[in-house]
Design a protein around this ligand. Sequence first.
Ligand SMILES: C[S@@+](CC[C@H](N)C(=O)[O-])C[C@H]1O[C@@H](n2cnc3c(N)ncnc32)[C@H](O)[C@@H]1O
Length: 253
Amino acid sequence: METSFWEQKWKDGEIGFHREDFHPYLIEFESTIKEFVRKINSRKDSIPSALIPLCGKSKDLIWTSKYFKKIDGIEISTLAIEQFFQENFKKDKMKFYKGKKGNFKKYSVTPSKESSDFSKFQGEINLYEGDYFKINELVVEKEIPESYHFIFDRASLVALPREMRKNYFDITQKLLAKSPLGLYLLSSFEYDQTRVDGPPFSVEEKEIRSHYSEKFGLKVELKKEEKTEIKGPKFTEAGIVDFIQKAYLITAQ
Ligand SMILES: C[S@@+](CC[C@H](N)C(=O)[O-])C[C@H]1O[C@@H](n2cnc3c(N)ncnc32)[C@H](O)[C@@H]1O
C-alpha cells in the first residue's frame, strides 16, 4: 500500500477512523500508565518519552502529553498535521517550529503553553511529517531517541496490509525501551479478512504474538477483548457489522 493512498484519503476527507475524543484505552489504562511514569521519574536519569506511530491528527497526542515530557508522532499527510494544529490550538497563538529534517519535516507544540485547557499537561509534542518506514533516519540524526518509554498504537498496525506489517513489527519493537522502562499499548481488530479487504486490516493475536513475543521476546499480555460496532459501506456490504477489538500491553521481559 502506497503512502499516496493515505494522502488521497486525507484530501478526500475520508477519515472515518478519526476520533474527536481521547481513546478509551488510554483512560482505561491510565493508572498503569501513571504508575509506569512514576517509576521512570523516580530514576531521575530519563525524561518520559512517548511515540505514536501513524498518528493522523489524533487527540491521543495531547492526552499523552499529560504524563510524558516528549511525545513524537509520525504522520505522512501534511493535511493531517495542519488540521491537528488548527483544530486544537488557537491559530494566532500558535508558535511552532517547522524545520526540515532529511526526509521529514518537524512541527512542535507544547499544549500547556498554547491553551489553558491543557494547563496541567507537561509535554512537548513533535510531529514528524514523513514515512514511518524511514524513521531510522531520525534516529541516526539523533533527532529522536533510539527508544521510547511508551508507544501507543491505535489504528496504526491495523492500517497496514500483511506484507508491510512484518517491517512495522521489526521497526516498532526496536523503538520500545527495554524492561522495566518500556510499555507499549496496542489496540487491534479481528474480523473475517476473507470476506472483505482492509483497511483497517484484521490482525490476529497469533500474528502479534509470533512477532513481538516469539521473534523478539517481548511479553505480550492480552488485557481486553470486546465486540465493537463497525460502520462503513464495504463492511456493511460484506455483512460484517462488528469487529473483535483487543487491547494488549507489551513490555520487554
Ligand atoms: C487509520 S489512520 C490512524 C490515525 C491515528 N492513529 C488515529 O488513531 O486516528 C492511519 C494513519 O497513518 C498514516 N500513514 C499511513 N502510512 C504511513 C506511513 N508509512 N508513514 C506515516 N504515516 C502513515 C495515514 O495518513 C493515516 O493518518
